[in-house]
Each structure stands twice: as C-alpha cells, then as structure tokens.
Design a protein around this ligand. Sequence first.
Ligand SMILES: *Cc1c(COP(=O)(O)O)cnc(C)c1O
Length: 751
Amino acid sequence: MKFNFPVFIIDEDYRSENNSGVGIRALASAIEKEGMEVIGVTNYGDLSSFVQQQSRAGGFIVSVDDEEFIATENGEEPKVLVQLDAFVREIRRRNADIPVFLYGETRTSRHIPNTILKELHGFIHLHEDTPEFVARYIVREINTYLDKLPPPFFRALTQYAYDGSYSWHCPGHSGGVAFLKSPVGRMFHQFFGENMLRADVCNAVEELGQLLDHRGPVVESEVNAARIFQCDTVYFVTNGTSTSNKIVWHSAVAPGDVVVVDRNCHKSVLHAITMTGAIPVFLTPTRNHYGIIGPIPENEFTWESIEKKIKNHPFANKVKGKPRILTITQSTYDGIIYNVEKIKEKLDGKIHNLHFDEAWLPHAAFHPYYKDMHAIGEGRPRTKESLVFSTQSTHKLLAGLSQASQILVQNSEKEILDRDIFNEAFLMHTSTSPQYAIIASCDIAAAMMEAPGGTALVEESILEALDFRRAMRKVEREWGGGWWFKVWGPETLAEEGIGAREDWFLDPGAAWHGFEGVAPGFNMLDPIKGTIITPGLRLDGTFDEWGIPAMVVTHYLAEHGIVVEKTGLYSFFIMFTIGITKGRWNTLVTELQQFKEAFDHNRPLWRAMPQFASKYPQYSRMGIKDLCFDIHSVYRARNIAQLTTEMYTSPMEAVMPPAEAFALMAHRKTERLPIDAVEGRVTAVLLTPYPPGIPLLIPGERINTTILEYLKFVRDFNDRFPGFQNEFHGLVEEPNERGTFDYFVDCVPQK
Ligand SMILES: *Cc1c(COP(=O)(O)O)cnc(C)c1O
C-alpha cells in the first residue's frame, strides 16, 4: 500500500526566476521523479501555520536564505530565526520523527543554533550535489519515517488487503465482489470503497493473528497499546464498552456474589448484574437541580460505610466474603471525575476487583491535567491486593470506529491477572467473526496517542474547549444585560491557554457546581465536557418567570446541522473530542446567536424550524418564544426539577435479585400493568428515562410514589407536546383511540 504524504518546501523564492528559485524547483522536480508529491509554498509569513500540516506531510524542507535571516543590528535574533525555532519546537511537540531539512546557499549550519540543528534530518546545499542525489536522500529519509509509522495490526491488514489473494473463506462477499453483481450492491461498493471491503476478512486468515486467543499481529498491537497506555495488559474489544464491562464482570463475578456499584452507571453494568446473578449494593451520587449528576461523596467509599450498606441490605447481608467488584463511572456523562488513588487507598484489599468504567476518559492518561484522575497510567503505584480494571470506549473520545473499545488491566503486588481464565469471559462475549476494521482502529487510536503526539492532541482539545467557553463569555458581555446561554463550570477561567487544572476541582465552598458533600481535591470537572445552560431554572431548583427548555434549542440546532450529545431540561451537552475543530464550535456559537434572534423576535415555527413545523403542523403558526413559555410553564407547574432530582435520590427498595426478576420475564410470568396501577409494584425491567439516560429502577426494585409521579408526568407531557416526547426505555407504549399513547410497565406478579 502506497500512502500519500507530500513534501512541503517552504521557500520565498519557490516561484522566482532567480538562481535560488531555479535551484529549489530543480530539487522539487527531482523529488517528484522519485514518485513523491511536492507542495511548494512561498509565503514564509507565519511559519507556525505549517505546523498543522505535520500529520499530512512526509517531511519539510525549509529555506534559510531569506532576507530576514540577516542579523538585526541591535543584536536581536533575526525574525525568521525566531520563527524557525518556534516552528521546529512546535513540530517536535507533536511529532518526534517527521523529517525536517534546512536548505541554504549562502548560509550554513554555523548560522543556526544547536537547539534547532539537533532536531533536523539534514542541511542541504544544492549546488554541491546534483538535485537527483539530494532528492534520493530526502526521499529515503521520508520513506524510512513513513515505514515506521503503522502499528502492527494495521500494517499486516493493509499488506494483506493490498496483496490481492483470492479468498475462499467468509465473509461471503469475497473482498467486495459479491456487491458488484447487483445495482444496489454496487452503490454500497462505491460508497464504502474497495479497501474497506478488501480489508473485511475473517479469522481464517492466519497471518493477521487472532483476536479471540490473542495471537500474531493482534496481540502485538495489544502489547503496543499496553505500552502506550502504561498498563500491564490491554484487550481490544470490538463490541463496545458495553461488552468490555460484561467481560470484566463475567471474569470475576458469579451468581449470588455481592458487588458494589455506582448507581449512576451505564446500562451495560446493570445488564452485567442481571447476567451474572450478582447482588448489587449501590453507591449514590449527588445531583444538582440542573439534573447534572455529581460525584458519589468521598465518605461513601469508606469500607465502614460499604460494610454498613451490606449489613442493611435484605439479601447481601447473608453473603459471606468480600464483594467481588466495585464499578465506578469514572467520568460521568457530564464530566465529573474522581481522584482514583484515594479510592484505591480506601478499598484496596477490601473488594477483589476495582473497575473504573472510563468509557469517556481514554484521553486522560496522556495529559498531566488529569494526574491521579484516571484509573491506570504512568507512575501509578500498584495496589497491594485488588486488581485494577479500566474499560474505555476508544470510539467516544479518541479516533476509533464505533464499537472500538478496550480493557486495561493493572496487576496488584499480590495478584497477576490469569490471562487464560480472563479469556474464558472474553470468549463468552466476543463474536467469532470480529470486525477487523474495528481492531485496526483500536490499533491506530492507540498509536495516535504515542508520545509526544497524544499529549499535544489532548492539550488541543482542552484548549479548544476553553476557547469555546471564553467565546461564550465574550458574547454574553457584548449582549450587555440581555439573556445568554451559560456554560456550566467554574467562575474563574484562565484568560488564555489551558490554565491550571486546579480551576476545575470541585471545591466544597464553590457555588457553581451545586453539589453537596464534596471533599477537597477528590473531584474535578473535565473541561472538554461542555454543559450549556439555558435560562429558566436556577441551581437551587427554583424556576424563573420565563425560560427556554433545552429541547427547543436542540431541535432548532438539529435543523441547522448541529446535533448535540445529550439534552436535559435546561441544559444540553457537547464534547470536545480530539476530532474538534475551530469551525465546529464557532458554528455552534453563531447558531446559538441565531436562536436568540429567533427567540427574541418570537419568530413563528414555520420560519424558525420549518422541518419540524411541517412534521408537526399544530405548532406552525406558534411563536418560538410562546412555545418555550408553554413548555416552561408545564415544567414549572409540575416542579419538574425537584421531581427528577428526587426520583433518583429517593430510597430504592430491592425486593428480589435482578436476575430473578428478569427470569420471570423470560418465562412470561410478568404482568403488563398500566402506569396508574404500578405504585408499590416491583418492576421486572430496567427503567431508563431520557434525559438523562441513567437507569432509574433495575429489575426487582419497587416503584415508589416519586417515580410514579414522574411516569405520569411523562405521559401528560407527551400527550400535550407531540414532537418533544420524553423517551423512556422499559416503558411499553401503545397507541390508543384518542390518538395518544397509553403506557405500561412489566411487573413482577403479586404473591
Ligand atoms: C457509552 C458508555 C458505555 C458503553 O460503551 P459503548 O462503547 O457504547 O458500548 C459504558 N459505560 C459508560 C459510562 C458509557 O457512557
């Protein structure tokens, strides 16, 4: 496979008719004859702007013959030399290996300080050798650089796909040719392209190794990732962190075991509880009235507190032995993270396995901003007894294809993970036909984080996230008193750069976060997660006279090509992944201003949101402000902020282990009850409202009054505002003769 990485030549004279122009063009054409593309740029202007090209370039050739290199009289560094120094430093901050050559006729290395020279691959004097000779040298250096880039699995896969061997094994489309036999198949082929289909192979291809038993290039890549992520073992997983979590659990938990779980955990953890037949004891996070989920208070992590919970639990109290696993959502959806070392200190040896669900945090190991705030990484002391696991969605914040995920393990002083036993659980959840493009993306995502590039990428996300926040504040200042959106976060924001990470700690005294019981230094907000607050609701849970429910804003944004990650009552959520661009967040800022215009002028929906209005004509002539006020008044009348907080923090009663309740469903022994009849009954299903997408009740728990009230609210709201329905997984929806919906819950039958 030949990749295209052009050589950049940066020389003022590149297009001039003078001697130096003729010389550099001769070199360029000699390089092209060697089969490498050349891009010549004359605008020396701001050298640092070329730094961004380091990912695209095979190498740089920079002329130092420029006029401005001539030393200034007052002894200052010449301007271009200063720029050259910054250029080389910026390149090396991102890329340790890309070849950089200087090129000069009148100047020699004597004119260039050592700090620059030591980062270079050569100093070219054109007139001493033929352009062909110099070109071969440059091309050889660049090819050496490019050849070293691909990590093991990706290297093997590209070679295999390029080789063009005929395959008799599955998949049945045989490198894509099956698609060519039908018109729709051809459309598919043209859209995804030959390479994707040639690289879609099955595990009969021995030279690519095996994911299922970790052999060959696959395991080389896992070992490579373990080195980059600084842990003892990495397993690539091709079915998402949903599966990674289940693998970790099944490797460690058996029916009847007690497990300690963050109540704010992902569905997959609750599925793992049901599948393993475990008895969960929950740790409850705080919440603020924006609906943002806060941290589990530090004192909940003490062994005394957990022991007490187990003692008071109706079934867990009968189980002997230590809990098998602790699972914590390390980075909540909204970006709250914990000092992991403090948790390990408290629970090492008390719970067999400490598992951090870092679906949203694979970037943290690569920047000192997150020191101690992620499970495993450089310089972390080993726990004495408990194994430490981290499960990460490579695809959420790094550059992985959907479902790319990984499990990281750090052994303890006492125990080394038994890989054979662990793999039994891995096999239980992994398809025997894993998608090789996903494995390749796990491999590449890890390689991209290799030092120093990974740190630079994370730093860039943090910087863009802070620039976005600064831009939002600037807009607010300029509206001078008019309303504007706020970005949830600390009051103090560095004026430039990424500032200090301490700014993002949740201090007990600080008003901005609205969480109770936080301990100093225990939690931090990850700045790359941005929660944008709309007017209408205060942090104490009281409502303003008027307000803008977030779902109206996010529907509006969607019509203008901006899809947000999650929508709450008066907040919505965006993320600054390593794929962020200035264009993307600046467009958001301008679209929000457009929304404000539309709102302030109460534009009718047919104008402000034409697609939505044509789908739901009942709103067509309504003003967007009037619509906001209508929804706001319903929220306010039902005191919904209070209700959604209380439904999560209200005491939950476990009536039977989740697996038992689920078994009733498998045997069709559950009762489908209308929501008016469910108070006090026990749910057989997982009930998860969106927003926020966090499970509210798990199978085997009792439906209390607060939860019932919320179910009724959802029904009334959905009746009244079609098009703005609240989703609710687990709630069965059936159309009725009134043209609306009736709602049911599958419950455990009463004895
Ligand atoms: C998204 C998510 C998962 C599941 O990850 P997938 O890669 O989507 O399967 C697990 N845990 C948390 C906390 C998540 O947010």
